[in-house]
Write a protein that binds this ligand. Structure first.
Ligand code: ABT
Ligand code: MG
Length: 200
């Protein structure tokens, strides 16, 4: 299983690296290997499908002292931080991370930018975390980003746009594996998860 899946055996959904949450609180439907979603008869708790996504505070975000701002927004959204490290990406890591853009004219500048200073790499987890993080980030071009989003509020330039979030389940799995070993991802529950992640 890729590291976008939960470390302790939750079932994988059709959406790729998504995993089933509340695994301790609910069981499978009797006699079924399917994860749901459904309400169990006994505990009245539903399956919540959790996803993991890679988030980078890019070199401009670290240099501008915006790590706390970005982490805070994701925390306040209700997402759960399950891995974090500060590192300066080398050329090979940057090229692998942005491999889907290899043929684009902006690729060399993109690699120069990502390798120009430390980034804060993180894995965030929650229901539909991939889309949720992209919403918090705002559109790639800050001019088109929603006003309350990170890029809409704090960025000016399409290249120096502060933050990266995986754009789909496959890229999340690939990117998490690039930046983290499986044992660097810490699965845990918080009490607030049942208040923020759709337990009712
Ligand atoms: P990333 O999170 O960095 O991947 O940004 P996002 O997914 O919002 O946007 P994409 B399309 O993946 O862009 C990757 C990086 O390339 C930069 N870029 C993109 C340009 O500089 N010019 C362009 O015309 C386009 C389309 C923006 C992204 N990041 N940086 N840094
Ligand atoms: Mg992208």
């Amino acid at each position: 299983m890729g590291t976008a899946g939960i470390a302790r055996g939750g079932p994988t959904t059709a959406r790729g690296p998504a995993v089933a949450g509340w695994a301790c609180a609910v069981g499978r439907r009797r006699g079924s290997r399917e994860p749901g979603p459904f309400r169990t008869g006994v505990r009245k708790e539903k399956w919540t499908f959790l996803e993991r996504t890679l988030v980078l505070v890019k070199p401009d975000g670290v240099q501008r002292g915006l790590c706390g701002e970005i982490v805070g927004r994701l925390e306040r959204k209700g997402l759960r931080l399950c891995a974090a490290k500060l590192l300066q990406p080398g050329r090979e890591l940057a090229e692998r991370h942005y491999a889907p853009h290899r043929e684009r004219p902006f690729f060399p500048g993109l690699i120069a930018f990502l390798t120009s200073g430390p980034v804060l790499a993180m894995v965030w987890e929650g229901p539909r975390a991939i889309e949720q993080v992209r919403l918090v980030m705002g559109a790639t071009d800050p001019l088109k980003a929603a006003p309350g989003s990170v890029r809409g509020e704090l960025a000016l330039d399409v290249g120096q746009n502060l933050v990266h979030g995986s754009d789909g389940p496959e890229s999340a799995a690939r990117e998490i594996d690039l930046f983290f070993r499986p044992d660097e991802i810490v699965p845990y529950q918080r009490d607030l998860d049942r208040w923020a992640q759709g337990a009712f």
